[in-house]
Design a protein around this ligand. Sequence first.
Ligand code: DGJ
Length: 730
Amino acid sequence: MAIRFLESTKTFILETKQTTYQMKISKYDYLLHLYYGEKIPDADLSYLIQPKDRGFSPNPYEAEYDRTFSLDVFPQEFSSDGCGDFRKPSIEVKNGDGSTAFLGKVKKYRIYSGKYSIPGLPSLFATNDDTVDTLEITLWDEASSVAVVLLYSVFEEKNIITRAVKVLNQSAHTIFLNRIMSTTLDYMESNYDFIHFAGRHTMERNLIRTPLRHGVQSIESIRGASSHQHNPFVILCDHDADEDRGDCYGFSFVYSGNFRCEIEKDQFDQTRLLFGINPRGFCYRLKSGECFDAPETVLAYSNQGFAKLSHLYHDIYRNNLCRSHFSHMERPIVINSWEAAYFDFDDDKLLNIAKESVDMGVEMFVLDDGWFGKRDSDFSGLGDWETNTTKIKRGLTEFAKEINKLGLKFGLWVEPEMVSEDSNLYRTHPEWCMHIEGRHPVRGRHQLVLDLSKKEVCDYLINTLNHILDSANIEYIKWDLNRNMTDVWSSGTDVEGQGEIYHRYMLGLYYIFDQVILTHPDILFCGCAGGGGRYDPAMLYYYPEVWCSDNTDAINRITIQYGTSFVYPINTLESHVSVCPNHQTGRTTPFDTRGTVAMDGILGYELDSTKLTAEQKALCKQQIANYKKYYRLIADGDYYRLTNPEKTKKFMAWQHVSKDKCSSLVSVVITYKESNEPQRYVKIKGLLPDQFYTIEGENGVYSGRALMKAGIPLPDIGEYESIQYHITAV
Ligand code: DGJ
């Protein structure tokens, strides 16, 4: 068992191969956190908690005159509210009597084999090869009859611990949950940096690093989606931690809606990290006997810097999160119609693009936005999921057949969660969109959001989508979302139910995914929210891949993919070669470089192939052949970021290494060029030091040690040019 309870000291010990997590039932039955980090042999680290009389930090009633026992000072596993811990709470609840206190004491615990699941929410699962054990600890508040169940699953071999929380109202009254954080982690020190990934539409996931300071640092989304602006993933690390060195802790939240992560450095230089559903806009009613299930957080620890932390997340997400069998399969090379034609097409034009892409080695044609309803621009049509036969004159079924006749698979774009005011759906069901009665709804991209907290809306979408999927030979779906949520109010519930709508929307969405995505295992689903506006683990449970960003500029993409790679596996990241000048930035980069960057993910094309020169088409063919040659290395290998966009302005480099360390692909892009430059070297990683390797196309033989310690001299190539090295053990 990876989980033990030591009766003599009342300590819970959770162990993976390389980590230990400890907590204990203290005097008076409070649950105190003791340790999380590198594996240690000690069975009880209680000595770390040094009781001291601390002024203005109160003492629980049962401590009587002992002024050294304070919940405001001791590290908590789940903090109380209103009962003597003045730091940020794990829970805020309004009890039946109007009081807002919660004081949980350990009532019971249970240890069992296997992974917990969470009703209605995606979470990691155990495969037959995994050893996973689970601990459930029930905290009970005697006065309010509210119970909190803390769930921990330990993936022993994979060095991962997951956490989740349930709240049970066992009182006779209705209570309101105003905050429930899925993870609380108290550290007894604060010598850490806080890393998170901030951004905006077309420039997602830029790494931000700041030392902890007194007070609260936080990131959040209140957009009804995990968002472009902040990703639900953070790292706490040593000040000098880098890719190869230092302690770092990752926290990845398995949820696609509003979230908040708060990090508080307290008066005694201790740290509390909280991660959960954003309390803003959240007030969940629990009637007597009801239970609330909060989403999961995935915790990982590395004592060897960020590269190892990323490998832990990549491995667990590839194997224990994505339900789709495509996760383990080579993906088809897609050509997508969006940047090729936007809304301006008919089926003949698209068939020409498809026809011209066959010779390039493309395997699938994806018909993006504009194929349905009255949809010649983004002003209208969303909600009317019938083929626009003025544009697709043959109808969708026939069009897909024509695509198939060319030897290509067929894929389709949808944006089911939205509605245009100029649509039959809106005219028939104006009450189905998110709006507040008596107010005009806020528009985003001229569209409104459907109210997925309503069962009838979800059922309608399930039927509509399943009908589309059955209407033609569709082998891929790009599921888009192009605005964030406002006017969050629903006519489907009463006044007191309005604080549930953000979360009920997510439950509705996951229900639709269960009924549409999981029932079509042979269709490849790609997630998209104006690019990477909903790139989160909960989405990866359903979609094996995500359109990483609406920005296809190769140079910007390097930074976006750099940030994304900290937690999300490379085989989930869709990346396309587009034309230059680039549509988002106006920059011109060599065709080769666009291929090199797009190969750092799932390679595809986003251009009008009828406008390519013969030379460019030949380059595509070469890119695709190379990509296929290296696919397993890219998809299954360990990923190394060799440079950091903040520090290395001259070139950016990254590397894929096979698990046996015998094969590697190194990619380098020159991002800034000066005249008469010093010789530059790229030092690579992850090889066997004493193994000898060859570099494809060169004569020499080099030790892993030489390649890693001395590096490879970069050739004198121009700005924005790129080079790839394929390294193989001899
Ligand atoms: C946003 C997506 O990210 C694009 O790729 C494209 O599908 C458009 N939406 C279509 O409206």
